[in-house]
Design a protein around this ligand. Structure first.
Ligand code: 26W
Length: 836
């Protein structure tokens, strides 16, 4: 290029390279886009038979429409210089994206039409999408629902997480045992992500710290000798419901730096030097599949720090584009910590402000404490994260120094508040002393945050009285409740289109953005045609579920039976065992000819057990063995069917919850923080059988006592009866329980596997059984009988079903997010610029 021309180019104003006419939202434009991607980008020809390519071509067509709105949302946020919230989470259980994007862009019917004309089956093609299973269960799915609601409410909230190469393991059964398979979900590419290498961050690990004096005579800490890893961001669009807003989920992938270990390199160890690359990339290789007990693995701490450091550096980088100091930072930014998993952010933020941006401890701490907010999701003590001080010291030495300093200053405050109370100092210290000193992450989270919340009313109350009592006494105002929810877009409008249409035909479509409007269905509750349609839709959804069960479990569910469902992670506190004991009881009744006024039941149980959790895995095996006996006993027939649903996941729930009559929420009271599956079932017109635990309590408040099947001890009763709990006595005094135990003890369900279920039997009979299964047996069985009788009264059941659904308004994450915003974030809503 000649120099004159180069000069001319330099002085020319840069054109907006992104300026393009808006893409069409009609069926012709969609078809055109689809054909273009199918044939030109993906290079398919008329011989191609796979459903994968139509899926991909459609996804790219939809993504283009998201992209326009994504930029306009970003520009609007930028121009307004609005306050923002960052949702930091090790898990985002997103499930599928295509059909949700079509719903939120209001393109579903258009695409259906276009596909019909092309002779393509949209449902079949949507079903080829892999779930993005980057989460374990409740906590990860909640994060996904939160993002949906924030985009719908036009709140400037960005999610930060990890781009795991392997998500939640896939589960299949062999001889009734759970077998784990890897979930290489990115193998066929992911059309929903956009790599952003230009925002790569550098993350330090290992090394040591030293004091150095600056030119101005100031002492500063340097963290050096580190082995660094790069964090490369991948952005995923999060569309709001038909409002032009598209927010961002930014997921980090670990990558090696190009710096080889020169010593190794020069000594001829070329491959050893390259190996380091490998170990760097391991950080985001796999999601840890534990959902309740911490295993203290170094790699997990690496993941946590990697997420924290990359995300904070990213936020600070963007801040410094428009600001040259941090005085306004806390007014404009908030970090919400999803459980303790990203809590190292508190120390990392201090490090960045002090060591990299020259703030004093006091200034940094003031900003940090005004910026961080912490949500707790569990009451199980074994799930509270602790990291050994030793591990911290070797992996993150600078962070440990900062934590020690935070703790020292905090303990001074405690000592001032309770002079002479050394026991309390020991109890509240962020460092747990002992043979292996540990960092208590929950305490760090409380000390470093301005807000601490639980996820249901009971849960928050129990936190204040139990686990966090000392902290509540010190800072009562920090604590608040935010009852969970689920997004009504995915969990009603999306997964139950027939019910959506009936509701919309009856009360208009405003309910999709304001779920409290479902109350308006009350006036139709006694209208015959409405009730008939309601019933018909439930029948259709049950048939779809029955088809899926047939296909995956090879068990025949008849739709005139009661569909009784428990799907969630397998855990002792969730008591799948109690459920299967009820099944055994029903089986005994049938065998004994006690079938007067019988209600046919199909019991479906699904969920994954943590790979190292032996009792949970044994429970799965027990369920399968019982199912085998029941389903193959000619005396039983259609009176009772049992199936274990393998590989329970988000997309499975989208078929399961619309087709369920009875939702099982039977945890030992005081153990389930909230539960969110309970809300999905309720929204879709299932009735709940449940204990007074987590959000069940609030569900019952909303539907009224008559429309909820309550059983079991209360949380208080559980605690007060522990000391004199006597399961052997209970077994002796209760014929039904005795019969169930006899079936287990005589090996009725494990004739060729003697002794297999002994640990289960021991657990039930153990006076120290934490989950007190035998205590609730009687009341559970009796309540299940009430359920059976209620189901026979078709009219009453339908009324209760409608009432459950129309009372579910509170459990929309739109309400949850509005409360977070009102009490914690204080964000202004910002409308995206229209696409034109
Ligand atoms: C350290 C291993 C680990 C991993 C995940 C410990 C604990 C967890 C989560 C806290 C488990 C979880 O998903 N908790 C669930 O969070 C939901 C959303 O708030 C609640 O509805 C569930 O009741 C709670 O069990």
């Amino acid at each position: 290029m000649n120099n004159n021309f180069k000069m001319m180019l330099k002085s020319k104003p840069v054109k907006d390279l992104t300026a393009l006419p808006a893409l069409g939202m009609d069926d012709k434009s969609i078809t055109q886009g689809f054909r273009h991607y199918y044939s030109h980008t993906l290079g398919r020809d008329r011989n191609c038979k796979s459903t994968h390519y139509p899926y991909k071509a459609l996804s790219l067509t939809i993504r283009d429409r998201l992209m326009e709105r994504w930029k306009n949302t970003h520009y609007a946020y930028q121009d307004q210089d609005c306050k923002r919230t960052y949702y930091l989470s090790l898990e985002f259980l997103m499930g599928r994206t295509l059909s949700n994007s079509m719903l939120n862009l209001d393109l579903h019917d258009t695409v259906q039409q276009a596909f019909y004309k092309m002779g393509l089956d949209l449902e079949e093609i949507s079903d080829t999408e892999q779930d993005a299973g980057l989460g374990n269960g409740g906590l990860g799915r909640l994060a996904a629902c939160f993002l949906d609601s924030c985009a719908t409410l036009q709140l400037p909230v960005k999610g930060y997480g990890l781009r795991y190469e392997y998500g939640m393991f896939r589960q299949h059964l062999e001889n009734g045992f759970q077998i784990e398979d890897t979930d290489h979900w990115l193998l066929d590419g992911n059309p929903w992500e956009l790599e952003r290498p230009e925002y790569t961050q550098r993350i330090k690990f290992g090394g040591y710290t030293e004091f150095r004096q600056s030119h101005e005579g100031q002492f500063k800490v340097h963290w050096t000798g580190t082995r660094d890893v790069l964090a490369v961001p991948y952005d995923i669009p999060i569309p709001g419901f038909q409002n032009g807003t598209v927010n961002t989920l930014r997921l980090w992938k670990a990558a090696a730096t190009d710096e080889f270990d020169l010593n190794e390199f020069n000594s001829g160890s070329y491959t050893e030097a390259v190996e380091e690359k490998n170990s760097a990339e391991h950080i985001t290789m796999v999601l840890y599949p534990n959902d309740s007990s911490e295993n203290g693995k170094e790699l997990r701490l690496r993941q946590q720090y990697f997420l924290a450091s990359a995300s904070l550096q990213d936020v600070i980088r963007e801040w410094l584009v428009h600001h040259d100091n941090f005085t306004q930072f806390a007014d404009k930014n908030c970090f919400q910590l999803n459980d303790t998993h990203p809590t190292i952010s508190i120390a990392e933020f201090m490090r960045l402000l002090m060591d990299e941006h020259d703030l004093s401890w006091e200034d940094a701490w003031t900003i940090s404490c005004k910026t961080m907010a912490y949500t707790n999701h569990t009451l199980l003590p074994e799930a509270l994260e602790k990291w050994s001080v030793h591990l911290f010291d070797s992996l993150l030495p600078r962070l440990l120094e900062i934590i020690h300093e935070i703790n020292a200053r905090f303990l001074k405050q405690v000592a001032m508040h309770w002079p002479g109370d050394t026991e309390r100092l020991r109890r509240m210290s962020i460092i747990e002393e002992g043979p292996i000193p540990q960092v208590r992450m929950a305490y760090l989270a409380i000390v470093g945050s301005f807000s601490v919340n639980g996820v249901a009313a009971l849960h928050t109350r129990l936190l204040k009285r139990g686990l966090f009592k000392d902290f509540y006494q010190l800072w009562p105002d920090k604590f608040n409740n935010k009852t969970n929810g689920v997004t009504p877009r995915r969990w009603l409008a999306g997964c139950n289109p027939q019910l959506r249409n009936l509701i919309t035909d009856t009360i208009g479509d405003k309910w999709i953005k304001d779920l409290s409007q479902l109350k308006k269905l009350k006036k139709s509750i006694n209208k015959k045609s409405f009730r008939n349609q309601w019933q018909k839709i439930k029948q259709n959804n049950k048939q779809k579920l029955a088809d899926l069960v047939h296909q995956t479990c090879n068990v025949e569910f008849k739709t005139d039976s009661l569909f009784d469902v428990q799907v969630k992670r397998i855990h002792e506190y969730k008591r799948q065992l109690l459920n299967i004991m009820h099944v055994i009881h029903l089986y005994n009744r049938i065998k004994a000819g006690d079938t007067k006024n019988w209600t046919n039941r199909c019991v479906l149980i699904g969920g994954k057990a943590a790979p190292g959790y032996a009792m949970a895995k044994l429970t799965i095996k027990l369920i399968n063995n019982v199912a085998d006996v029941v389903n193959n006993d000619p005396d039983i027939g259609d009176l009772l069917k049992v199936a274990f649903f393998p590989n329970y996941c988000v997309s499975a729930m989208e078929v399961i919850c619309p087709g369920t009559d009875l939702s099982e929420q039977v945890s030992t009271a005081g153990k389930e923080a909230s539960g969110t599956g309970n809300m999905k079932f309720m929204m879709n017109g299932a009735l709940t059988i449940g204990t007074l635990d987590g959000a069940n309590i609030e569900i019952r408040e909303e539907v009224g006592d008559d429309n909820f099947f309550l059983f079991g001890l209360t949380a208080e009763e559980v605690e007060t009866s522990r000391s004199h709990y006597n399961p052997l006595q209970l077994i002796q005094d209760d014929t039904d329980l005795r019969n169930v135990m006899r079936m287990l003890e005589t090996g009725y369900f494990n004739q060729f596997e003697p002794g297999l279920f002994d640990p289960v039997i021991q657990a039930i009979k153990n006076p120290h059984d934490l989950w007190m299964t035998a205590a609730d047996f009687r009341s559970y069985i009796d309540t299940q009988e009430q359920v059976s009788q209620a189901y026979q009264d078709n009219k009453r059941w339908t009324t209760m079903s409608i009432i459950n659904s129309l009372s579910s308004g509170k459990f929309s994450t739109d309400r949850t997010m509005q409360e977070y915003n009102r009490d914690i974030w204080n964000l202004e809503t910002v409308a995206a610029y229209p696409v034109e």
